[in-house]
Design a protein around this ligand. Sequence first.
Ligand SMILES: Nc1ncnc2c1ncn2[C@@H]1O[C@H](COP(=O)(O)OP(=O)(O)O)[C@@H](O)[C@H]1O
Ligand SMILES: [Mg+2]
Length: 420
Amino acid sequence: MASSTDPRHLIGLLLGTEDDWPTAFEALVRRLGPVIDASGTSHSFDVERITIEPFDLRDKPRYELVIDRLAYWYHVPRKWLKKVALMDDVYLLNSPFTFQAMEKHAAYCAMIRLGLKVPNTTLVPYKNPIDHDKYVYTAARYNKPFDLDAVAGRVGYPLFMKPYDGGAWRGVSRIRNNSELHQAYDESGEMLMHLQASVEGYDVFARSLSIGAETMVMRFRPELPMHDRYAVDHAFLTPELGDEVVTIGRLVNAFFRWEFNSCETLVRGPDVHPIDYANACPDVAVTSLHYYFPWAMKALIKWSVFCLATGRRPRIDLDTRRYFEIADRDDLSYDDKLAAYRKLADEYFDTERYADFCASRLPDLDEIMLEWIAGPDFERLLTDTVRTTYPPVEKDRFQSHFRGLLGAWVTDEQRRLSPG
Ligand SMILES: Nc1ncnc2c1ncn2[C@@H]1O[C@H](COP(=O)(O)OP(=O)(O)O)[C@@H](O)[C@H]1O
Ligand SMILES: [Mg+2]
């Protein structure tokens, strides 16, 4: 029996233009109902979309956990997130302290220090003067002239030129020779760029999406349009390589306290090369994830509920020393180090306790998800999403495309839940 002292937890969603996954998330949390923890306490969950308004720095927020897809470009909610992280212990996916101070460049640095196979990467100073009144004097005095061709020669062709903070392929180019190099550098303007050796002829592009203690590794085809980039393929990596990709993602996420992130890896032969490990609060639209959308919604719900019902505390302090102590040992092989990192990462994410919690406290979620995806509410959501995402002439094609993929998920899931 629920009593009046049983906790009610409010989950806030910080959103921009998307409407599909928030609608799914809200509907599923409603269907899930109260969750009874191991001590018999009943936890109820409400979901609310957060609005942007003035806030007193001493206000107490009503939210206990916030999933953020907005603050990466909008500064008002970003400032609010900093306030609630520092003052109110609100649990954030993700905290601005980790994802704004740390970007792709920081992830490369950490991964190289940890001994991972990041391609050779060099940062080059800005092409154009930056807009600051001290720049001209400072640059004239301290910027050392450099030979761009020689720098690129050391990295080796072909190479990628791309912004240090990256995202959505902005400013990324593949460069084969000196003339392409100079053209791309001239066009980089005020963007700060890396030159990175290209991983040529890789076998597969593995993109993994991590939500808390769970990771889904998907075969990615960056050359295709958004709706076709994730292939439905369950065995494109050997179990060992699959595990290595999961470990590297979990490691980087635990290292930086990123709890909602996607990671990009190029696998060539036996080697896993991380190239883009800082995509905090990634796109989880049904039109991008399709077959994997139910997995992502479940993982978001499970992680949110686990954090709130078990009173998991947000941690914004990094624990770099423990990782570096492993990294700096000469007696450990690459595989030994990965195994040791995996332990630390699983400890940070409390992976075992999370799995127990999901099995014992959320036993019905799989069925709830299956019923919802197979039912009329999801059909309506898909129709609305397709209508607002694609031009009218393409509507029917996309509707059947996604319906087919989610239909395949329903069939696979039915088989998984009741084999035979
Ligand atoms: N070192 C590399 N080797 C091969 N391909 C690369 C490399 N770096 C980037 N790419 C290609 O360029 C794309 C964009 O680069 P990425 O670092 O992921 O930038 P963004 O942060 O904009 O996604 C990648 O998805 C991949 O296809
Ligand atoms: Mg990328």
